[in-house]
Design a protein around this ligand. Sequence first.
Ligand SMILES: Cc1cc2nc3c(=O)[nH]c(=O)nc-3n(C[C@H](O)[C@H](O)[C@H](O)COP(=O)(O)OP(=O)(O)OC[C@H]3O[C@@H](n4cnc5c(N)ncnc54)[C@H](O)[C@@H]3O)c2cc1C
Length: 346
Amino acid sequence: MRAISCTSHGEAETGAGGFYRVFTPFWNAIRSRDVALPTAAPKRLRALPAWPGSEALADWRLGAAMGRGTDVVGRHARVGEPRAREKLDRFLDGPVGCYRQQRDLPATDGTSRLSENLTYGEIGIRQVWHAARRAMEDGHGGAEAFLRELGWREFAYHLVHHTPGIVSANWRDGWDSFPWRGDTDDAERWRRGMTGEPFVDAAMREMYVTGMMHNRSRMIAASYLTKHLLTDWRIGLRWFEDCLIDWDPAANAMGWQWVAGSGPDAAPYFRVFNPATQAGKFDPDQEYRQRFVAELAADPGADALAFFDAVPKAWRLDARAPYPAPVIALSEGRNRALAAYEARNS
Ligand SMILES: Cc1cc2nc3c(=O)[nH]c(=O)nc-3n(C[C@H](O)[C@H](O)[C@H](O)COP(=O)(O)OP(=O)(O)OC[C@H]3O[C@@H](n4cnc5c(N)ncnc54)[C@H](O)[C@@H]3O)c2cc1C
């Protein structure tokens, strides 16, 4: 019996004895494996007879760098072991049934939102895996698709295990001379959620307000930065690392390199997500964009306004200011990206 878990990434091997570089064969190799059951929690923990002197956690002022943002994000974070269990149960009792149809709609509460808990080990991957397997066996339609996403998380760790450089260097050969732009004013507008592209800005502001970003939005925001703005993926990777509550070094690096084209299983270079088309498809009623971009709503809601409370005062952003014009026309950004990618291939 072989197990997949956070500690067994060396175990999955291709027929030739190497590691997997492409997700689908990796998934096919692991999906039906027996996964070890979670270990039961200890019944008793014996305390030390005397505790060593220690500093108080509050004195570390961990939230200080976020300034006003701490309170805003704190209202959204659902962390801790009991909340993690609750989220898993709630998700498998209902939303999992529509997961396949709804997981790409950022305005819908259609995913588990367990990444923040998985990141901190508040719930174990084996617990989630076995619960989802039971849901699948009980006929819950979306459970299989959900298991596949857990497989992506495993794949990220498989890659980090075998190619640790993925977290900071181009994973594919031939990318080191790619003419990425550095940290320009355009990148700063991206960070501030002020690109003038509503879906991208909604995504960036969602991250500022909630500490999370929907998976579809991560793909669009990352694609816009690396393709339309032709910016080095590491600049985006570092910003996500700074802002995400669910920051995970493996998933973040794989996600960024997948989008940029330099990574495993990467999107082909000519696939440049068009944020406007994506918005029409995945946010057809503008619910998501209006939820996070105050300038787009006649009567902005709490989350849209909270963005202005969350960001540093030094940015001098005002909810009543007009929405900015786009950094670059989408067609111009796309053509510039395609020309750079084609030059690399020639
Ligand atoms: C550019 C980029 C950066 C990302 N950075 C992170 C990150 O720092 N931390 C992180 O946990 N995820 C990251 N992801 C993956 C994904 O966006 C999140 O895991 C997902 O949005 C979390 O929401 P959820 O828990 O509701 O997911 P669900 O849809 O409920 O999925 C269940 C679990 O499967 C895993 N999972 C789902 N999709 C992926 C994926 N594409 N790659 C790896 N694991 C996945 C997560 O652990 C998630 O909690 C990134 C994706 C991209 C494109």
